[in-house]
Design a protein around this ligand. Structure first.
Ligand code: FCB
Length: 427
């Protein structure tokens, strides 16, 4: 059932990580605080994670070994700006050093400015509940781009604002642990304004400083498929409502500057086109029931270790829809699966990339694929127990071991496609 396929020569593949999930050692961010409060299901802490902060060289070596041509990394804001308005040059220099290493190894960096975690001083000011966050985020953006902009031309302003809001302000199991719809909407609005201010600042600084290369800025949007659980028209209605509330309204607000119901109205920062690519983090599908307004899983489907349905066709459908709507390059800024035994990750990668190859054949500009994730890491509230890595990590010894699926993916990156030999050896 497997067949070889090719991806376009200019299609770049690699993997994605986030600072808090791999670095370890920082006590100045909201997730460290959350761990200290005992909120992590397996009792682990991001203070340990992968000790990547001290193992950058080794990890860049692995990135190279896996033939990555692109790598998405996050910056820890709390390290770069440990106190309000006070920047730490040694932190930004550390990232500079890492990025230089990547470039020397032929890997194109994509930098994320905010990936779920915030400095504690910002939290003390209400984080994104406070409109002041917009000015703060812009100032931080400028500092980063002034210091890295000669090396980095590609940025993600904010990772998954919808997941951040849903977990932190609706379900309340992520920091700051709120269950307050009013606040959730306020945060959505302020994050939209943050994105726009940051988008503009990145372009402005890169231009003013005369840095070379086309500047590409976007958001890593967590997009899901929302299908009705049954043929009941009420389920269909609920699926439509949920889709809009979770992703439709925020994506439209951030890309155009015009706030959509229920986030707000009008265009407080002016209308525009605030994206150079559409970033898609794709994992799964929600099967929506009207009864209880529930986000369920389709029966009799393949699931990963966390119970998420594996649904490759969803990636095809989402990209197609996004391209139709935005007419911009599509970057898969995350896609991957939780598979402790490495039993189905290879198949997962094959199936999802196959969908992307179909899109390329249809002329849809899918240009990037960042697999989530390079190595097992601190998976937020799941802690160390949820394993998404191409590389297995023993947290006690910090030993990294490339999984079979990692080897396969390394080969795919090298050949920009799947060959018969790979099928024979890995699938
Ligand atoms: C995404 C997050 C990423 C990781 C994966 C599994 O929602 O952006 O940090 O947790 O899920």
């Amino acid at each position: 059932m497997y067949k070889p396929f090719k991806l376009p020569d200019d299609f770049l593949m690699g993997s994605a990580t986030a600072a808090t999930q791999i670095e370890g050692g920082d006590r100045n961010n909201t997730w460290y605080d959350w761990c200290e409060k005992g909120k992590i299901l397996d009792g682990s802490s991001c203070l340990r994670a992968n000790d990547h902060w001290n193992r950058v060289e080794e990890d860049v070596g692995l990135i190279r070994q896996l033939n990555h041509r692109a790598y998405r990394l996050g910056l820890e804001w709390s390290r770069i700006e440990p106190n309000n308005g006070q920047f730490d040059f040694s932190a930004i220099s550390h990232y500079r050093n890492e990025i230089e290493m990547l470039i020397q190894n032929g890997v194109k960096p994509l930098v994320t400015l905010h990936h779920f975690s915030s400095p504690l001083w910002l939290r003390d000011e209400g984080e994104f509940e406070n409109e002041k966050a917009v000015g703060y985020f812009e100032r931080y953006t400028r500092y980063v781009v002034e210091n890295l902009g000669d090396l980095v031309s590609e940025y993600i302003t904010i990772n998954e604002p919808n997941v951040y809001v849903a977990n932190g302000y609706f379900f309340g199991d992520w920091p700051p642990g709120q269950k307050n719809l009013g606040l959730a909407l306020k945060v959505f609005k302020n994050m939209t304004l943050c994105h726009i201010a940051s988008y503009r600042a990145i372009h402005e600084v890169r231009k003013k400083m005369g840095f070379k290369g086309i500047t590409m800025v976007g958001v890593a949007n967590h997009l899901r498929i929302f299908d009705p659980y049954s043929r009941n028209p009420l389920d269909l209605l609920a699926a439509k409502v949920m889709e809009h509330m979770f992703q439709g309204a925020i994506v439209k607000s951030m890309t155009t500057g015009r706030l959509r119901f229920p986030i707000g109205f009008g265009a407080p920062m002016g209308k525009g086109r605030f994206f150079d690519f559409i970033g898609i983090n794709y994992y799964s599908r929600s099967a929506v029931r009207f009864k209880g307004f529930k986000d369920d899983v389709m029966p009799n489907t393949q699931r990963n270790d966390l119970g998420w349905e594996i649904y490759p066709k969803g990636l095809y459908d989402l990209c197609k829809k996004a391209y139709k709507m935005f007419k911009a390059p599509i970057w898969i800024t995350e896609n991957g699966t939780c598979d402790q035994e490495d039993a189905f990750r290879s198949d997962y990668i094959y199936q999802h990339l196959l969908e992307l190859s179909k899109l390329s054949e249809e002329g849809i500009p899918v240009q990037r694929y960042y697999h989530w994730t390079l190595m097992d890491n601190f998976e937020w509230v799941e802690g160390e127990s949820a394993r998404f890595g191409l590389i297995h990590v023993d947290y006690e010894t910090q030993k990294r071991t490339i999984r079979k699926s990692g080897e396969l993916y390394g080969q795919i990156c090298l050949h920009n496609g799947v060959t018969q030999e790979m099928i024979d050896n890995y699938l």
